[in-house]
Write a protein that binds this ligand. Structure first.
Ligand code: AMP
Length: 306
């Protein structure tokens, strides 16, 4: 069985220093599923939208072979909407609005045939919903969890319960500091692993990512980008590339996780090049592999014995 993804499916309004777009396709599930679809199948999503959700978005997801038996379409309902504005250097983002709409009463129902999925990716949604999904699953082999500062702020105890049950948590550096109360990232990582997850990825935005596990640390570089157009969804895309590659490879060794981190970073680097999901909608596999090798060359060096 396959890879099951739960999270938000959204219509985003995004303002960057260069441009603005209204009601563009977004949401954590959307980015995760499209990114993972380049590596593996079957990929299925659990989510909710209103009947204002454009058929063209459904077609795009179908084109990526993404199973939608678990996508509820609520008649007369409005799709979840989120608005964000980026500052000049893209490092700071203000949330302009979060309209939950159909998400307010979302009750995820996992169809019987998807309860045996081997891998589950819990995209960024309320931890109570993440837990609800885990409770319906039949003992998945590998559980990946993403979250955000909002949930650490307002639902920390529920988030801690979810974290206890997951194999790997993916968060950014400021969230790791917030969750652990420890400013040193390496100490924070150890404290978070003690909360449950055997593995941990700490993303450092435009400075790469760190993978912790098996008493090892792997430092992945960030791809040097000339043109960042819209960073929305880069974190989710990273999680999708990471989980999709691991699911395909069926190998959970630290070495294979290192490759998965680079594939996650590769897909994220394509994501930021265009608005919304456009940067990851039409990627030839050769282009993905070419950038994977460019990542490898960025930090590979010969032995320099003294
Ligand atoms: P990222 O840039 O990786 O943080 O992800 C951005 C995506 O997360 C956007 O497409 C939003 O629609 C979605 N998003 C933002 N806030 C929330 C929230 N509170 N719950 C679920 N999804 C959200």
């Amino acid at each position: 069985m396959g890879l099951l993804i739960v999270g938000s499916v959204a219509l985003d309004t995004i303002e960057t220093p260069y441009d603005k777009i209204d009601n563009a396709l977004g949401g954590s599930t959307t980015y995760i599923s499209v990114a993972s679809s380049y590596f593996t199948d079957p990929v299925d999503i659990i989510g909710v939208v209103g009947d204002d959700f454009d058929e063209a978005h459904i077609k795009m997801l179908k084109r990526h072979n993404i199973g939608m038996d678990g996508l509820q379409i609520i008649k007369g309902g409005k799709t979840f909407r989120w608005g964000g504005r980026y500052h000049e250097n893209f490092n700071v983002r203000d949330t302009l609005f979060t309209d939950l709409n159909v998400f307010e009463t979302f009750d995820p129902k996992i169809p019987e045939n998807l309860r045996n999925a081997e891998y589950v990716v819990l995209g960024n949604i309320h931890p109570a919903l993440q837990m609800n999904v885990l409770d319906q699953m039949n003992d998945p082999e590998f559980i990946v969890c993403d979250t955000m500062n909002l949930w650490i702020d307002i639902s920390k105890n529920e988030l801690l319960e979810v974290i206890k049950r997951v194999d790997i948590l993916i968060i950014n550096d400021s969230e790791a500091q917030m969750l652990s109360g420890e400013p040193n990232i390496i100490k924070a990582a150890k404290m978070i692993q003690d909360m449950g997850p055997e593995y941990l990825i700490i993303k450092k935005g435009e400075h790469g990512a760190l993978l912790f596990g098996d008493d090892n640390i792997f430092s992945a570089p960030a791809f040097p980008m000339f043109n960042v157009f819209d960073p929305t969804g880069a974190g989710d895309t990273f999680a999708g590339g990471f989980a999709g590659y691991l699911h395909k490879k069926k190998d959970l060794s630290f070495e294979s996780m290192k490759q998965a981190v680079i594939y996650g970073s590769t897909l994220a680097s394509f994501c930021v090049e265009k608005f919304s999901t456009k940067g990851i909608e039409d990627l030839p596999k050769e282009k993905i592999y070419e950038r994977f090798t460019a990542f490898r060359d960025l930090s590979r060096f010969e032995d320099g014995q003294l």
